[in-house]
Design a protein around this ligand. Structure first.
Ligand code: 6R9
Length: 648
């Protein structure tokens, strides 16, 4: 909390925004004092096919965790994102696609997207996909990714998007876990001038003997490259939509019918299939988008997240489209073909609202003014940050350089599990402090507890928990009911445990300090240390591995892996390269260790638990206060590790 300079709401912003501070205060109070009445009214932000009479039916009680919202209502997500806008906004741009190559861009109106979604919905039905079936998307950042998502929701199929940077093995594991019947992909993806062979990767995943659920693969021709073809299984996107009508009746979905599954990392080795349902998720994504980004009809909103992450679901596709906004979908990366690409895209499409991640900001900050060379960025009126804590230095650079010292920043804290933003400034209401996510959104009751679960009052630091449910909350872990309670409600009974630590200052502002569990945050991507460890030990030469996060200037956290080899194996540069490549192949490039620390033994307790606390300190050269080492089976291991680190 070093930076205490307040950035007040600019007068002009306060005047024209949806909510000022007193409106926020009054609405927040109402949302906490009478959640039932508050959400009964707010639920009307979306259109219902059958109105709900019930609103909130939730329990965080041990043994009877139950989360239901608007449970007797019926609605359709694609109808809310498209059909209802056709009357007034048919010709408004829904999606601006900006290709990896700056020469490629395209605009689709609400009418265009509506017709394409209907056609693709009919195509899915023609392939036998029904309400409740799971469809896996492994897609590059092209409009067809959003079209496929919306088509699934139109017919009641449950989508699960796997980030197209994950390996064939990671894809296979996810397909298998959810029993997907269909995979939608592209021949190839294009990113930063490089080709990603997506269809090859799907072929490899489906060739694994354990994957038996998939009947068909629909392939969009992005680059028209030569690809292997499995007759009878593979279908071209352009063929399946060709003769389909551009009308398709939306399925009336129950509010609590599954909408999507999204895999994320927890503290165990197995990714969790986070399940979101239809009504509550849509209400929450729609409402948070509207107020956090102070949505105005003329806005051009650009969220740089990939559709494979929750931010891409809620604030690239569902939140913006449900609000009839114009959303920018960018295939490339912020610094290709040159460092100023992000700024160029802002000028080119007159972006008003930019939502990006601290890792991207820091990477550009390292290039200084080259990141804005030749651009104005005067169309911007609001910027956002998400994915990890933003350090005040990066915040100020973002504010001063990208935002011309005049654009407020909303630092939004939330998670895959929360469906939408929980702690955030509202730009017309909240004075900003660099590095603080500030105050709770409507209906959110954050609290801090000590390790025993005692509530901490006032200015304090502790584990961040949420005391009551909100509509966007996840409903379960797909295929593993018991793990839901265990993962989120058992550490501190009667509270949702976020896994993050936080401080609260004298103004009641929250400052997220990062994960307190074994989850890493590398460039805003969540990864369990256990997942990387299990990839490492699956290498035939590796006996044991322990992974810790270390501070990294650009990525936020880097991956530091301690590795012991099987007897007789020798560590050298060739093996180091091989092991790094191995992890890439097992999980994906985002999981590649930055550092491999070869060693003979890991520090373990007498009961055999690896003491990560000590490994973290050694990795960061913080060895003056190693804390209690008396429970170690062999304390000399620690001295060896310290010496190895110093000689590295
Ligand atoms: C939306 C998203 C969730 C974890 C979360 C926290 C970190 C996200 C943050 C932030 C500080 C912010 N995180 N936003 N930390 N300030 N504004 O990123 O979801 O991929 O599930 O990651 O990311 O540690 O627990 P997800």
């Amino acid at each position: 909390m070093s930076d205490t300079k307040l950035y007040p709401v600019p007068a002009e912003f306060a005047q024209n925004s949806l909510l000022n501070d007193s409106a926020y205060q009054a609405m927040y109070k109402h949302s906490i004092n009478d959640p039932e009445a508050f959400w009964r009214e707010q639920g009307q932000i979306v259109d219902w096919i059958k109105p709900y009479s019930q609103v909130k039916n939730t329990s965080f009680q041990p043994g009877s965790i139950d989360i239901k919202w608007f449970q007797d209502g019926k609605l359709n997500v694609s109808a809310n994102c498209l059909d209802r806008h056709l009357k007034d906004n048919a010709n408004k741009t829904a999606i601006i696609w900006e290709g990896d190559n700056p020469a490629d861009s395209e605009k689709l109106t609400y009418q265009d997207v509506y017709e394409k979604v209907c056609q693709f919905s009919n195509a899915l039905k023609a392939q036998g996909i029904k309400k409740g079936d799971v469809v896996c998307l492994y897609m590059p950042m092209i409009p067809e990714a959003a079209i496929a998502m919306l088509a699934c929701t139109r017919i009641g199929a449950v989508h699960t998007i796997v980030f197209a940077g994950f390996s064939a093995g990671a894809l296979a594991e996810r397909i298998n876990n959810c029993g997907a019947k269909l995979v939608i992909t592209a021949d190839e993806g294009v990113r930063a001038g490089r080709i990603i062979r997506l269809k090859d990767c799907v072929d490899k995943a489906l060739a694994k003997p354990q994957v038996t659920s998939v009947n068909n693969v629909i392939v969009f021709a992005r680059t028209k490259a030569d690809i292997a073809w499995h007759e009878g299984r593979d279908l071209w996107w352009h063929d399946v939509v060709k003769d389909q009508p551009s009308e398709c009746e939306p399925e009336a979905m129950n509010a609590e019918d599954p909408l999507f599954i999204l895999y994320t990392s927890g503290s165990t080795g197995k990714p969790k299939g986070v399940l979101h349902t239809t009504g509550g998720y849509l209400v929450y994504a729609t409402m948070t988008f509207k107020y956090v980004f102070d949505h105005q009809d003329s806005d051009v909103f650009w969220c740089t997240a990939d559709v494979g992450w929750i931010t891409g679901h809620s604030y690239l596709v569902y939140g913006p489209l449900a609000n009839a906004a114009t959303t920018v979908l960018f295939e490339g990366v912020p610094n290709y073909p040159d460092t100023a690409r992000m700024s160029q895209v802002i000028d080119k499409h007159q972006v008003t609202t930019l939502y990006t991640a601290p890792t991207a900001i820091r990477a550009l900050m390292a290039k200084g003014d080259d990141a804005i060379a030749g651009t104005k960025r005067t169309s911007l009126r609001l910027m956002g940050s998400v994915g990890e804590p933003i350090n005040p230095e990066a915040w100020r650079w973002y504010y001063n350089t990208i935002g011309n010292s005049s654009t407020p920043i909303v630092d939004t804290w939330w998670q895959t599990e929360t469906g939408g933003i929980l702690i955030t400034p509202l730009p017309g209401a909240t004075a900003l402090k660099p590095g603080s996510a500030t105050r709770p959104f409507f209906g959110i009751s954050p609290a801090l507890v000590d390790n025993e679960g005692n509530l901490l009052e006032g200015e304090n630091e502790g584990n961040l928990v949420i005391l009551d449910s909100w509509p966007g909350q996840m409903r379960g872990i797909y295929g593993d009911e018991s793990r839901f309670e265990e993962a989120y409600f058992s550490t501190f009974p009667n509270m949702y445990c976020t896994g993050d630590g936080a401080k609260r200052d004298a103004d009641g502002y929250y400052w997220i300090t990062g994960r307190v569990d074994d989850v890493l945050n590398v460039s805003g991507h969540r990864m369990g240390t256990a997942e990387i460890e299990s990839a490492l030990v699956s290498h035939s030469k590796i006996a044991e591995a322990a992974v810790v996060g270390v501070p990294h200037d650009i990525k936020g956290q880097g991956i530091y892996a301690y590795v012991t080899l099987n007897a007789g194996e020798k560590a050298d540069d060739a093996l180091e390269a091989e092991v790094k490549q191995w992890v890439r192949n097992e999980i994906g490039a985002i999981a590649t260790p930055d550092t491999l620390h070869w060693t003979q033994a890991l520090p373990k307790t007498r009961s055999g638990k690896i003491m990560r606390r000590i490994l973290r300190k050694i990795a960061t050269n913080d060895t003056d206060s190693l804390g209690d080492t008396s429970t170690l089976a062999d304390p000399s291991v620690v001295d060896t590790l310290i010496a190895e680190k110093q000689n590295a």
